[in-house]
Design a protein around this ligand. Structure first.
Ligand code: NAD
Length: 549
């Protein structure tokens, strides 16, 4: 153990900074490392997604957060603090730009070269801007997808259904628990045994099967009894998927969350041990990329085989189809993307993955906010069901946090009510609010978030840039612009925002303005693309959805 090893984020009520805005952001930085995949190397999730450029940068960020005052802003460029400038008390405490490479240069080789020189880092969506809350961060999204799959199959949930997936990393680790919450029998193939153990330790995965036979037996028995079960299997998805297909077994649902976006540091090709892969990363990355591509081709061909055999197959946001298509699988995009297939009507209303983190570290604060959510939205069946399920199934990981898919108006209403609870002492300490970058107005990603938009605006990155500028103009506490995606270059641009509800009148203004504008932009973005749901949402909110017809 080094002093850089995993340690919990600071909790309690003692301030180390000049105020809770700074203290809140510092605790979030600590928290992403506390719940991240490889904290000693500052890696949070998504293969190389980092919280800071290096340890010197990390320490300088911590020192800056401890000293800056309201009216000063810390600037971070790809995980490295580059200065503190005088702004004004309504300005963000931190602004960031992570992994943005100019268009013609935005290629994997350029990224890896710049990364090797220590000039850039991949911030993921929520690693570089300290918003990651562990595997639970995407759990409701995965659960909502599974429930929509059930609806498509004409059933109320996935009881008795077999879900096959792979990848038990930072985000993929949410799959076994989300599957169980949807009552499925879910098999997760993972090539790294330590990841299987970690998901079991934190309560996300129930079983570790020693071989495929045992895994399938466990799945079949649970299916027959319509009993939920989650089973991890050590193996390479590029071998196991074709093997299951060759046996004539067709799962009801197939997806994948290996780190296929990264052919060097993420995806592990078949036929190589983890040690061999680690060595090749520096000795022969080209060979590794070729081997990963060849494996992904087999992996995706098996997924297409399941698709043609009648399974519901979808890409869960890891760019596996894109990599397979590059490797010669011409029909890889016959597999739909989860956003378009299942979630777009929600995004079109700016309903998306909203999150809060209790900076006190006290589970009682989380429980009080759960109660608050239930009382604020009594008629929202989906939120009532979700909070019930989350309380029952989701273990606390790091600072107590919750994700809930809320939309325009609801996010602001909740945050303002929480701010009042902080003010009147009903919560022990302030609460941070944030959301995934994968949110209505905040991301352009033509192979994930914005694939096949109604008006063809898939690749236009103006929206996330507008979002970041709007958040900085709307008094948010932290605003970030990220780019990257596959090979960390050229696939997406997104924006992140964080606010700290410290119970003050200033926080009330910041929360009202920033959270309302954030979702308002989401509605405007989808209305601009012609989605009916957005016009209805705009009307409900009293907004003009289109200034120009
Ligand atoms: P991670 O790097 O923490 O974990 C990836 C896991 O895949 C690792 O445990 C690795 O051992 C395993 N793996 C790699 N190759 C494998 C193979 N051939 N067979 C079996 N297992 C293999 O990444 P993560 O944070 O879990 O993210 C996974 C992917 O999902 C990434 O591509 C990420 O960009 C994407 N993602 C999607 C969403 C979304 O909204 N749907 C959200 C976050 C991340």
């Amino acid at each position: 153990m080094t002093d850089r090893a995993r340690k919990p984020a600071t909790s309690g009520t003692t301030l180390r900074c000049r105020g809770w805005r700074q203290e809140g952001l510092l605790r979030l930085l600590e928290n992403v490392l506390a719940v991240g995949e490889d904290p000693e190397n500052l890696i949070v999730y998504a293969a190389l997604g980092k919280a800071a450029r290096d340890w010197a940068s990390h320490d300088a960020i911590v020192a800056a957060l401890k000293t800056i005052e309201d009216g000063e802003t810390l600037l971070v460029q790809s995980g490295r603090p580059i200065g503190v400038l005088k702004t004004h008390p309504g300005a963000p405490v931190v602004i960031m730009a992570n992994c943005n490479i100019v268009g013609q240069w935005a290629k994997a080789e350029v990224f890896y070269e710049l990364e090797k020189k220590g000039l850039i880092v991949w911030g993921g969506l929520t690693a570089g801007d300290w918003q990651y809350i562990g595997s639970q961060g995407v759990i409701q999204g995965t659960y909502e997808i599974f429930m929509r799959v059930a609806a498509r199959l004409g059933v109320t949930d996935l009881a008795g259904k077999f879900v096959l997936t792979a990848g038990l990393g930072g985000m993929g680790g949410s799959q076994p628990l989300a599957g169980r919450m949807a009552n499925a029998a879910i098999l997760c193939v993972e090539v790294d045994e330590t990841r299987i153990r970690r998901r079991m330790e934190i309560g996300y995965l129930e079983h570790h099967a020693p071989d495929l036979e045992t895994a399938l037996r466990l799945i079949r028995a649970a299916q027959a009894e319509k009993r939920p079960i989650s089973v991890g299997l050590l193996g390479n998805a590029a071998d196991v998927y074709p093997e299951i297909l060759a046996r004539g077994i067709v799962p009801d649902v197939v997806t994948d969350q290996t780190s296929a976006h990264d052919l060097v540091y993420g995806y592990v090709p078949s036929g190589f041990s983890l040690g061999e892969v680690r060595a090749l990363r520096t000795s022969d990355p080209e060979r590794l990329m070729a081997a990963s591509t060849a494996s992904i081709v087999r992996h995706v061909r098996a997924m297409l085989g399941f698709h043609h055999a009648g399974a519901v197959v979808f890409d869960n946001g890891n760019l596996i189809r894109t990599q397979a298509q590059r490797g010669g699988v011409a029909d890889a995009f016959d597999i739909p993307i989860f956003t378009e297939a299942f979630l777009r009507p929600l995004f079109a209303q700016a309903i998306g993955p909203f999150r809060w983190i209790c900076l006190s570290g006290d589970p009682a604060d989380q429980a009080r906010i759960d109660e608050l959510v239930l009382s604020l939205f009594p008629d929202d069946r989906s939120i009532q069901t979700w909070i019930g399920l989350a309380r029952k199934h989701i273990p606390i990981e790091g600072l107590p946090a919750r994700i809930a898919w809320l939309g325009h108006g609801a996010r602001t209403e909740l945050a303002l009510a929480v701010n009042r609870l902080v003010a009147n002492g009903e919560l022990r300490a302030p609460v941070a609010f944030t959301r995934d970058h994968l949110d209505a107005g905040a991301m352009a990603h033509p192979n994930i978030m914005t694939e096949r938009m109604k008006d063809g605006s898939d690749a236009i990155a103006d929206w996330p840039l507008l979002n970041a500028m709007l958040m900085a103009s709307s008094k948010a506490d932290l605003v970030a612009v990220h780019s990257g995606g596959g090979g960390y270059a050229g696939y997406m641009t997104s924006a992140g925002v964080t606010l700290v509800a410290d119970g003050s009148a200033e926080a009330e203004t910041r929360l009202r303005v920033a959270l309302t504008n954030d979702t308002a932009l989401g509605i405007l973005r989808y209305a601009d693309a012609g989605y009916e749901e957005s016009f209805a949402a705009a009307e409900r909110a009293g907004m003009t959805a289109r200034l120009v017809e």
